[in-house]
Design a protein. Structure first.
Length: 498
């Protein structure tokens, strides 16, 4: 049976202005107190997302607005991907689940509430959950994602519960554009439609953002890029949220297909291509930090961004688990993770130093198969996504990811899947893998994408810089001709599961 999933995750921040985070590494110019908040948060630090995990608990089913990219029949997706929330939880079940996950995945540092409706349209359940978790697992950061309509009413409670990461989904600051995205909002016991609805929503979102940042709460803004509706306008949104103290802006692609049953899916509204999304993110990056590693996760996601371990933690399984929450064990494990993270950074910096003095306008994209840890450690045939890095003489930067169909299904290559994988990686010059078979290797090479397995198990960024140096040499020697690659697909069918 096909199911449509529901949504979302995600975040906000307030505070600090320009800093490293969405896409860069290390403390950089961040104030120490901001760095403390972001360094182990997988959504607020790109570098952290290779090492630290988050989880969501689906305690908030109701919503107070309607978005044209959300289908309530299946529960919805504030900002995100329709996924399947397999079960909704009570706050007590949620608290037990958090302890179970924290005991099993000691690098799980963040608990987010992001749906499946809007957390602040379900304030009792949301805050009760936060209360229970802060009592039993005080080392876990609390995170919240909201559409912002009810936000001004809850800012003081958010502060009182020590929730220091809040995401607001802001898709417009112009009510005329908002009317094309939101058919209605329910506010002060009344349903508003059209421009009136969007006007109320944008005013409440921006007011809420200002109130959060005034209180030192780190805010992230998520925006869904809807070509022809708000794509050009998102530059204005970027300026508006930056001027109100948002810490990070996450522009995500609309995922829209008729089988999702959403208004946009049914009326044929397309999502952006990979290069359209990147161009918009690049154009906003001069204004503020951009998040590019968002996985548009489900409201019950568990694990590293990009992996889904939620099936290991169903309520039925949790009830039989022997949960031993031990903060000392978690701390010791996280210290090891931190050492590995520092080794990754040191290796990158060492390699980067060898590029000193090198000047070239050539930039290339490299796709990487990884299971996490900042290493090239996934087989091509087992990769459900590829991370994409842009490399130039200034170094390697994470610029996105591409979800793909598994090439290997039961150990056999699928001819169809290679075509979709090539379309997803079409703008990349090379793909780094731990291992790859002859058939896909040949297909990639024919498509002009070089399959590279010689960096198996090595660090990603260090290897990307090393490859880039060799690439420049090959171009100079006339061994290869550098050509601009084309565009690539962002997978639209990723939210359907069997
Ligand atoms: Fe969840 Fe969101 Fe917190 Fe992260 S998700 S509530 S900030 S802990 Fe992260 Fe998921 Fe993207 Fe959200 S990858 S959808 S940005
Ligand atoms: Fe769906 Fe509500 Fe989220 Fe919009 S805010 S995507 S309608 S759950």
């Amino acid at each position: 049976m096909q199911k449509i999933a529901d949504h979302k995750g995600c975040g906000s921040s307030g505070g600090g202005g320009k800093s490293s985070c969405g896409s860069s590494a290390g403390q950089g110019d961040l104030a120490p107190e901001i760095w403390e908040k972001v360094k182990n948060h997988p959504c607020y630090s790109e570098e952290a997302h290779h090492h630290y995990a988050r989880m969501h608990v689906a305690v908030a089913p109701a919503c107070n607005i309607q978005c044209n990219y959300c289908n309530r029949k299946y529960d919805c997706a504030n900002e995100s991907r329709p996924g399947v929330v397999s079960e909704k939880l009570t706050p007590e079940q949620a608290a037990k689940k958090v302890l179970a996950v924290a005991s099993t995945i000691p690098q799980m540092t963040v608990l987010g509430i992001a749906g499946p409706g809007d957390p602040l349209a379900n304030p009792e359940k949301t805050f009760k959950t936060f209360q229970l978790i802060s009592e039993t697992a005080p080392d876990i950061k609390l995170c919240l994602s909201t559409n912002g309509l009810a936000l001004p009413d809850h800012v003081d409670t958010i502060k009182a519960f020590n929730v220091d990461h809040v995401t607001i989904t802001i898709n417009m600051v112009d009510p005329d554009i908002g009317a094309e995205i939101y058919p209605w909002v329910f506010f002060n016991h009344k349903r508003y439609t059209g421009r009136d609805a969007a006007k109320i929503l944008t005013e409440r979102q921006l007011q809420g953002l200002e109130m959060l940042t005034e209180r030192g709460i780190l805010c992230k803004v998520n925006s869904v890029m809807i070509p022809g509706v708000n794509d050009a306008h998102l530059v204005e949104v970027n300026k508006a949220v930056k001027s109100r103290g948002a810490f990070l802006h996450n522009i995500m692609p609309l995922i829209s297909a008729p089988e999702h049953g959403t208004v946009f899916g049914l009326n044929g509204q397309r999502g952006p291509t990979a290069q359209e999304l990147k161009a918009l993110q690049d154009s906003c990056e001069g204004e503020m930090n951009m998040m590019r590693h968002c996985r548009q996760c489900r409201a019950d996601a568990v694990g590293l961004l990009g992996e889904d371990r939620s099936a290991e933690f169903t309520t039925e399984k949790i009830m039989t688990m022997d949960v031993k929450y031990d903060s000392e064990t978690r701390k010791a494990y996280q210290q090891k993770v931190e050492q590995e993270r520092q080794a990754t950074v040191a290796a990158k910096n060492l390699e980067l130093a060898t590029l000193a003095g090198e000047r070239s306008d050539i930039k290339i994209l490299i796709a990487v198969a990884t299971k996490g840890g900042g290493r090239i450690n996934e087989h091509f045939g087992h990769a459900k996504e590829f991370q994409v890095y842009e490399v130039g003489t200034d170094g390697a930067k994470f610029v996105g990811h591409r979800r793909v169909d598994l090439y290997c299904q039961g150990g056999y290559g699928e001819e169809d899947s290679i075509e979709t994988i090539i379309r997803a990686l079409n703008d990349c010059t090379a793909v780094f893998v731990a291992k790859i078979g002859h058939c896909p290797k040949d297909s990639l090479a024919e498509a002009g994408i070089e399959p590279v397995d010689r960096y198996a198990l090595e660090y990603i960024e260090q290897s990307a810089i090393s490859y880039y140096k060799e690439y420049l040499d090959r171009v100079r020697d006339g061994e290869v001709t550098h050509v601009a690659r084309g565009d690539a697909d962002i997978r639209q069918g990723a939210f359907i599961s069997a």
